[in-house]
Design a protein around this ligand. Structure first.
Ligand code: UDX
Length: 444
């Protein structure tokens, strides 16, 4: 099939390369000349495992351009532009989606299918369908559930396909089935529904995941005052198949380009619809999430003796999660900046995100390696659970630092191993020392 992908950011670039991998002929369109030049040269403008290989492998069927007129070669057009949070409110900024549709309209042919993939507030697709319909083309909403770091796998072998179409639109369904023929043949569950449900599937999935993370982080707050261990708690409740262990990793909480903005945008939309009460719990989910960052700073201050002023702190991790160079709304970067604000001398590193972090926060001191970050540190704070940090050897590592003090912001290290090597090990939601104390029990 001949496909265009409008918007070649994270979602669009991965989608375009994946569509070419599936055998389709793809033109990716973006207004950013630098991004287009990089992609055309086979370079991914961001870190995503497997993407550079796909760009090279698909080069005979895949090209990138800044000229939207080239979309006229295609009959299926994916809209994959960003939908950021508005600067002055929780609401979603739909400027890029509307601009993409308007720019595409003159190049549509009757019978073409426009497919929305961007995450939009419920009700958007129905409005856009009117505009698309003026050209004789049709609109479907087909949300994307890709996770950074697993984006190719999530696109090529999704958990489920969701098609939001008007009145069951058999022609749109048939076209999407052809696009995703491989996934359909692999019996991927497929849900054909209306626009509103398709739009809601995406935001409600992300709201659920955010809630699950904040739930366990709320339990971490309880664990911290009772001497309980939140990681063991998560293991134990996660064994209940109805709950499940995934997304119950307590720590610094969620960040990135999706979860935070999606829950805020969802709340803003609910308010517009007069059902804000239905989602008022999400503001608590957001608040719990942000409190973890303050708690991390408090804990770091505590382990260095009550004041961060003049302390050398090694920051391991800047990306919002491992296997990504994305620092959008990154809890790690936020904590690093807060430590600096309290007078600490912070030296930060990350396997992939140093450059993206530097662009956003040039005032931080960045180094390329763990060794440089840890040199003469009064405390090490682990903020993103990259494999290379999880596998650090506490004995070897001890030689680099001034003080054997580590704060594990992601509960990804083995406390017993680190303590055995002479480290003061602290973590969010885990007991401070080998013997836990139940605060308040004695007074009962
Ligand atoms: C998310 C959704 O998972 C994906 O389906 C959607 O399409 C886009 O948003 P992504 O932003 O790539 O994907 O990250 P995800 O893996 O969901 O992690 C989000 C954040 O939650 C990260 O900061 C991660 O560190 C944090 N997290 C995740 C936890 O703190 N604990 C967990 O148990 C899981």
């Amino acid at each position: 099939m001949k496909i265009s992908v409008i918007g070649c950011g994270y979602l669009g670039a991965v989608h375009a390369a994946s569509m070419a991998k599936l055998g389709h002929t793809v033109v990716g369109v973006d207004v950013d000349e630098q991004k287009v030049a990089a992609l055309a040269a086979g370079h991914a403008p961001f870190f995503e495992p497997g993407l550079p290989e796909l760009l090279v492998e698909g080069k005979d069927r895949l090209r990138f351009t800044t000229d939207i007129a080239d979309a006229s070669e295609a009959s299926v057009h994916f809209i994959a532009v960003g939908t950021p949070q508005q600067p002055d409110s929780n609401a979603v900024d739909l400027t890029y989606v509307r601009a993409a549709i308007e720019a595409l309209l003159p190049h549509l042919t009757p019978g073409d299918l426009v497919v929305g993939k961007s995450t939009v507030p419920v009700g958007t697709a129905a409005q856009l369908a009117e505009r698309v319909g003026t050209t004789g083309a049709r609109l479907a909403w087909n949300p994307e559930f890709l996770r950074e770091g697993f984006a190719i796998q999530d696109t090529l072998s999704p958990d489920r396909l969701v098609y939001g179409v008007r009145d069951g639109d058999p022609a749109a369904v048939a076209i999407l089935d052809e696009v995703y023929a491989e996934a359909i043949a692999a019996e991927t569950p497929r849900i054909v529904t209306d626009y509103a449900t398709a739009e809601l599937v995406k935001v409600s999935a992300n709201a659920f995941l955010a809630t699950k993370i904040s739930f366990i982080n709320a339990m971490a707050e309880i664990a911290e005052v009772t001497g309980a261990d939140v990681t063991q708690l998560a293991d134990a409740i996660g064994l209940d198949a109805r709950i499940g262990r995934r997304f119950l990793n307590a720590g610094l909480g969620f960040g990135g380009g999706c979860l935070p903005k999606d829950i805020r945008g969802f709340m803003a939309r609910a308010e517009e619809l007069g059902v804000d009460q239905a989602l008022s719990f999400l503001s608590e989910v957001d608040a719990i999430n942000l409190r973890r960052r303050s708690r991390m700073v408090d804990l770091t201050r505590e382990v260095v003796g009550g004041s961060l002023a003049g302390k050398r702190i090694a920051v391991l991790g800047l990306a919002f999660k491992p296997d990504s160079d994305d620092v959008r709304d990154s809890p790690a970067l936020d904590v690093a900046i807060r430590l600096v604000a309290e007078g600490a001398s912070v030296v930060a590193t990350d396997p992939e995100a140093v450059e993206t972090a530097r662009r956003r926060r040039p005032e931080l001191t960045y180094v390329a390696t763990v060794e440089e970050a840890a040199a003469n540190a009064d405390a090490v704070v682990l903020l993103t659970e990259w494999r290379q940090y999880r596998e650090l050897d506490p004995d070897d590592f001890a030689a680099l630092v001034s003080e054997r003090t580590i704060v594990d912001g992601r509960n990804c290290l083995n406390p017993a191993l680190w303590r055995a090597a002479g480290w003061q090990y602290r973590a969010l939601g885990r007991p401070g020392a080998a013997t836990a104390q139940l605060a308040g029990v004695a007074s009962r």
